[in-house]
Each structure stands twice: as C-alpha cells, then as structure tokens.
Design a protein. Structure first.
Length: 229
C-alpha cells in the first residue's frame, strides 16, 4: 500500500492489484499497438477504434478513476500541492527539451521530423478538427494514461521502487512513439520520454485523472496550434 503523503492527500496508487478488466484493456491496447506495425488503417477507421479502446479503459479502471477524482479535489483545495505537482511536471518537460536541443544540435537533425508527429499532422489535415481533437486530444491521451501510468506503473510497483517504476514506464511511453530505432527517431522521442516522466510524476503525486487532464490539455493545445497555422 502507498501511504498518504499528508492529511489532505489521496495517493495515486493505493494498491498494486490488477483486475481481470484491466488485463482485458491491456490485451486490447497492446493488440491494437502491435497491429500498427503490420496493418495501417485510415483515420476513419482508426479514430473510432481509439475511442473504443479508451472506453474499454474507462470501464476497466472506473474504480481507480473515481478514487483519483477525489484526489484531484484535494489537490485543488491545496494550492501548494498543486504548485509542487506542476513544478515537477514542467521541470521534467524543461529537462527533456534541453537534452533534446543538445542532441539535436550535435547530430545536425534540423531537417528531420519525427514520423509520429508527421502522421499526426497528416491526420489533422484530413479530418474535421472536432474529430481530430476528440481522437488525439481526448481518446488518445486517455488510453495512454490508463495503459502507461495506471496499468504499467501499478504492475511495476510489484517489484520496483517508485523511482524505477516512473522511469521505466516513461521510457516505454517514449519509445512507442518512435517509428524504428534509428538515431534520429530515438533523439526525437526524448521529449516524449521526459513528458512521460512528467505525467508519471503527476500520476504518482495526484492521480491518473490529473495526469490525463494535463496530457489532454497539452495534446489539444498542440493540435489547436496546427489549426491556427
């Protein structure tokens, strides 16, 4: 069991128990991800599929979501807790940006674009903006938070300390955004790895609902920036 950090705090991971429903979600999520290496569906199919997967995740983790929603209310009531959590989150993003900038400059990757990011831009240009936002601004982050934070961190906590749990889940989260293991792809997923670290810290400190809200907010902001171009 994870102890309360203070009198007002509801821990993000009160148990390492994984229910059958959670395993069902994990199976569906991994199967869909592996499918992407062999079969590429067009956005009209992929978008509702991702929404469906997110719904399966909500069903599987409904008890966790309700538990962590109460934790969000505690965070909101305590501004110092909120500031500390956000400081950890944006600190991780800043470090990731600095590491990426150094590697980007050393390897001379000015003309390279991460294939995942290029695919996002392509999808956004082909689908109506509301559908793109629902898919990549809500359903995508929801599925990712439930799998990489709510499930993987819960699973890894059976064997490792929180530091290693957050680091491992963040590394896996970042690497799944790479299309191959080329040096360029690995450099360009560094920000994703550190973003995963930030989301992991938020999930650990404030719960999966808070990490989802930040993840969805960041993705939606990026998509709206594309729309404004």
């Amino acid at each position: 069991m994870v102890k309360k950090l203070n009198a007002q705090w509801i821990p993000a991971f009160a148990s390492t128990r994984i229910t059958p429903g959670m395993w069902v979600f994990a199976t569906v999520y991994v199967a869909w991800g592996v499918r992407g290496y062999f079969i590429r569906f067009e956005p009209p199919v992929a978008a509702p599929a991702n929404v469906f997967i997110a719904c399966v995740g909500v069903w599987a983790f409904w008890g966790v979501i309700r538990h962590d929603a109460r934790g969000v209310r505690e965070v909101v009531r305590g501004p110092s807790i909120m500031l500390k959590a956000l400081g950890l989150f944006f600190g991780a993003l800043l470090v990731g940006s600095l590491v990426f900038s150094v590697l980007h400059g050393v390897l001379g990757l000015d003309d390279y674009v991460l294939r995942n990011d290029a695919a996002v831009g392509d999808v956004f240009s082909r689908l109506p903006a509301p559908i793109s936002l629902l898919w990549m601004g809500v359903a995508g982050p929801l599925g990712e938070e439930l799998f990489f934070r709510a499930l993987l961190m819960r699973l890894f906590l059976r064997w490792w300390s929180p530091v290693w749990v957050i680091a491992a889940s963040s590394l896996i989260f970042g690497l799944v955004h790479a299309d191959g293991l080329t040096a360029a792809e690995l450099v360009f997923v560094v920000p994703h790895i550190f973003a995963g670290l930030g989301f992991g810290l938020i999930a650990w400190k404030g719960g999966i609902v808070l990490s989802f809200l930040l993840h969805a907010g960041m993705n939606s902001f990026s998509l709206l920036s594309l729309l404004a171009q």
